[in-house]
Design a protein around this ligand. Structure first.
Ligand code: DQQ
Length: 590
């Protein structure tokens, strides 16, 4: 196939380039003196690129945000994403485009969509892809048509379906397809979803929006994908939640582990509605029923809309988008993590934002939440396995995990304990929805009963810097409450003399979520993907996920350490710990 031939063609230069970059990285310095004619940012100095990721999706330079319209088409994965071709801050947004056959190695191709017509001349914002009958991909995206940020919905189609990379996209002249009517807030009307087909043979899409501070998803229907009519009611809305961005609406199987195509309905299916809440910049989802007759989505009884609801990720994860991968019958979720350092730092390093490792999503057997897990392909990057089995961690103990490159690693650990009796009481005055506050009060060092125990990632030799990811178990009236934290508060030195300008201004939150887990088997598992400036963690098999962006100054490259620790009075046992160095993909988006 043509794709694999080209893959071979680019492999050698890429290998040479990677070796060259690896050499540069030995002393942690990468030249970054570049000249841009229209560069928006101020400088060009040599910046240590210690915080660039090794195996996450990143362009070589500049700003990225939302993953757009991911899709699998004729053997190739396509990832589009919001990108500023002129600098490391948000602006001039185009749809950049990369292709892959394995979701790990990425090749950058031409920008798919960029401002060029009256219906998108002030920006090409987020949207989604749908594969139409006859195997024809189509993209719906939001165009910005004026300086007031007026938003319309446009479409684009590949110029040449026989090009395996679909490099060129056409925006036909019958755009825009959808313009806001009087009932719609024109500046909060964006991010069309992948379309789904109703039983009546008509397509449906929703866009994120709001009416005053009621968040909503406006729904449109079409017989031919070209003429769209607004439904008389939103698919769903919720008072007091503010603007909804990047909605995602899809089915999950109740009984199986396979992902489902977006149009699947029926008795074995639950639906997920995810929205990105502009006010908090976090993502929330509910599980519920799609009432096809009434064309309404109704969340299940115990679901909470808005910021007390379930989150995909309790950390830095936003504007995500899922797609169905028919080659492996799975649904894959892509999320974006922005930087937590200052804009000045972003301008100096000349890049900002990463796409997180794609996750498969399935319904938890309880039916009450989703489970997320890094796609299996990421395991192909694992090297130099080290393991620990049946290792006790008494109060105050920590064990160093040696023998791998811990700044770029995959660590999977299962902790067991003999008893829950020592769990601290859960104070009824604590806010049950504010796990983050609890985590920032208790941290990883305040001694507890059962926990805190977990991993100290990106730790410097003398623990001046570390990012702990850990559990703490509390006893409530008749159940246990498990808190999971990814605490960035000690992740980088508060020392303005470090190489980072304003290094002490980085945002270092104690991200946290509760884990809805049955502790009958007295076990808790934790997997962390560590990659220089990002720690993505999956608690209890993906029930609770937390991503932190961190900027260590000492705990970099070979100077980083990794420990398993226990600061609770109850001894915990490392039943098993497997850890690997993660190698760089051969091709990362060059
Ligand atoms: N980012 C896009 C918008 C979307 C927002 C603009 C979410 O379409 O609502 O870059 O991050």
């Amino acid at each position: 196939m043509e794709f694999s031939k080209s893959a071979v063609n680019w492999a050698l230069p890429v290998l040479l380039l990677s070796c060259f970059l690896a050499l540069l990285n030995i002393n942690g310095v990468e030249a970054s003196h570049k000249v841009f004619t229209e560069f928006q940012s101020i400088n060009s100095v040599n910046v240590r690129q210690v915080h660039r990721t090794g195996y996450h999706f990143q362009p070589t330079k500049h700003w990225i945000n939302d993953p757009n319209g991911p899709m699998y088409y004729n053997g190739v994965y396509h990832l589009f994403y919001q990108y500023n071709p002129k600098g490391a801050v948000w602006g001039n947004i185009v749809w950049a485009h990369s292709v892959s056959t394995d979701l790990i190695n990425w090749k950058k191709v031409e920008h798919a969509i960029y401002p060029s017509k009256p219906f998108d001349q002030f920006g090409c914002w987020s949207g989604s892809a749908t594969i139409l009958p006859g195997n024809k991909p189509i993209i719906l995206y939001t165009g910005i048509i004026d300086k007031n940020n007026t938003q319309v919905q446009n479409y684009a189609v590949p110029a040449n379906l026989s090009d395996p990379y679909l490099r060129e996209w056409i925006k036909p002249d019958n755009n825009p397809l959808i313009v806001a009517d009087q009932s719609v807030n024109k500046t909060s009307f964006r991010d069309p979803t992948t379309a789904w087909l109703g039983r009546d043979g008509h397509w449906r899409i929703v866009m994120g929006s709001r009416r005053k501070d009621r968040g909503m998803t406006h729904m449109y229907r079409s017989k031919d994908f070209m003429h769209w009519t607004k439904a008389g009611h939103p698919l769903h809305s919720s008072a007091g939640t503010g603007n909804w961005e990047c909605p995602d609406f899809y089915p999950v199987s109740i009984s199986g582990k396979n992902g489902l195509d977006t149009s699947v309905m029926g008795p074995n299916v639950k639906h997920v509605l995810k929205v990105s809440l502009d006010v908090t910049r976090y993502e929330y989802y509910t599980l519920g029923s799609y009432l096809a007759q009434q064309d309404r989505y109704v969340p299940d009884k115990d679901m909470v809309d808005g910021w007390n609801g379930l989150r995909y990720d309790y950390g830095n994860f936003y504007a995500s988008k899922s797609f169905f991968d028919p080659s492996k019958n799975r649904r894959i979720l892509w999320g974006w993590a922005n930087e937590s350092d200052t804009t000045d730092n972003d301008v100096q390093k000349n890049w900002a934002g990463i796409q997180l490792i794609p996750r498969t999503i399935v319904l938890d057997p309880s039916g009450k939440q989703l489970l997320q897990w890094p796609i299996e392909e990421v395991e192909t990057l694992r090297r130099n396995k080290v393991e620990l089995n049946n290792q006790k961690l008494a109060k105050g103990e920590k064990i160093e995990i040696k023998g791998i490159t811990v700044a770029q690693a995959d660590v999977d650990v299962t902790f067991t304990f003999n008893s829950l009796d020592n769990a601290e009481p859960f104070d009824p005055s604590w806010d049950r929805y504010d796990a983050q506050k609890l985590c920032s009060q208790k941290g990883s060092t305040v001694q507890g009963g059962l926990g805190p125990f977990g991993l100290l990632t990106l730790a410097s030799e003398n623990l001046e810097e570390y990012t702990p990811v850990f559990f703490r178990v509390f006893k409530d009236q008749n159940k246990h409450v498990v808190l999971m934290c990814s605490d960035a508060s000690r992740s980088s030195l508060m020392d303005p003399k470090t190489h980072m300008k304003n290094g002490n201004d980085a945002y270092r939150p104690s991200f946290a979520g509760f884990v809805n887990v049955d502790l009958k088997d007295k076990k808790l598992s934790l997997r962390s993907l560590i990659d220089n400036s990002v720690v993505e963690s999956f608690g209890a098999g993906g029930k609770t996920c937390i991503t932190s962006r961190v900027y260590p100054t000492l705990a970099v490259y070979g100077n980083a350490h990794l420990y398993a620790f226990n600061n609770g009075t109850e001894t915990v046992n490392i039943e098993s710990l497997n850890a690997w160095t993660m190698s760089r993909p051969l091709q990362m988006n060059h």
